[in-house]
Design a protein around this ligand. Structure first.
Ligand SMILES: *[C@@H]1O[C@H](CO)[C@@H](O)[C@H](O)[C@H]1NC(C)=O
Ligand SMILES: *[C@@H]1O[C@H](CO)[C@@H](O)[C@H](O)[C@H]1NC(C)=O
Ligand SMILES: *[C@@H]1O[C@H](CO)[C@@H](O)[C@H](O)[C@H]1NC(C)=O
Length: 249
């Protein structure tokens, strides 16, 4: 009697095992092809398009590979605010040029939060939020988030930006398109020497002529950025983007 029960249980579990196994085997071909490995910030932004300048900054500052390294290693996740090319071209000309290499790294890291935030998690986040730029220095490079329903606004103390679009999200990485470059108060605030527009003007002229006169190895990349700016009606904006691109490359 006991023996029979055991045999019955055993065959039942074998049957269940077979069923569950065959179910997953059947389900697998139907699943969409998921790229192997962790998400890659470069691939995500390349696929989204219109992020040429931010991608270049991620490259030159090496923050891009830092992000991908973190996605490989950590369980905590990341949030990236990505400004498209038109956000960069609407910056006052000379803005990026005024930054040294360390400040460029800080600027890019300021667009990265060291944890994953979904839109609904922003609604309960408490300000100020730490960014990757302030990761090792508390109270530096914070930004504030305000939400209203699914609308997410970001304040740096210098700019008020809005999340325009979700480019990518899983439970580890969220990439949001923002309508403006997030300028940190620590760099662009009144207490530190901010980029002054007036003295920059003669410098701009020089750089413009340099770009026009000397085609370099970066020529191809620079002209790509001109294409981005080609929609701009003001010639100055287009030229500004061109030398910005030359500067960044
Ligand atoms: C977000 O910013 C927009 C203007 O850019 C404003 O109209 C809206 O009220 C803001 N919402 C919140 C929740 O701050
Ligand atoms: C961010 O929020 C904190 C806490 O509410 C506040 O003290 C700070 O002034 C805010 N900063 C900006 C730039 O809005
Ligand atoms: C950002 O919004 C605040 C109010 O929400 C306003 O006082 C401030 O002037 C705005 N800053 C910019 C740069 O638009």
């Amino acid at each position: 009697m006991v023996m029979q029960k055991q045999v019955a249980l055993f065959s039942l579990s074998l049957l269940l095992l077979f069923l569950s196994h065959s179910t997953t085997t059947v389900a697998q071909p139907a699943a969409p092809p998921v790229p192997a490995g962790p998400p890659n910030i470069t691939k995500i932004l390349e696929k989204a398009g219109q992020f040429t300048i931010f991608l270049r900054l991620l490259g030159t500052t090496q923050v891009g590979s830092q992000i991908n390294g973190q996605l490989n290693d950590s369980n905590s996740g990341l949030t990236v605010f990505a400004p498209p090319d038109n956000a960069f071209s609407s910056l006052q000309s000379g803005t990026l040029n005024s930054l040294n290499d360390e400040q460029k790294v800080e600027l890019v890291q300021f667009h990265v939060l060291p944890s994953f935030y979904s839109v609904s998690q922003f609604q309960t986040a408490s300000n100020p939020l730490r960014t990757q730029a302030g990761d090792t220095r508390q109270n530096e490079f914070p930004l504030n988030i305000t939400t209203s329903g699914n609308q997410v606004n970001i304040t740096t103390g210098v700019v008020n930006a809005t999340v325009a679009n979700t480019l990518y999200t899983d439970n580890q990485l969220a990439v949001y398109q923002v309508d403006q470059v997030l300028l940190p108060l620590s760099i662009f605030g009144p207490q530190t020497p901010a980029p002054a527009p007036a003295p920059e003007a003669p410098k701009n002229k020089k750089r413009k002529s340099t770009v026009a006169a000397g085609p370099t190895a970066d020529d191809k990349e620079a002209s790509g950025a001109v294409g981005v700016g080609a929609h701009a009606k003001v010639v100055g904006v287009t030229v500004g983007v061109a030398w910005l691109a030359a500067l960044l490359s």
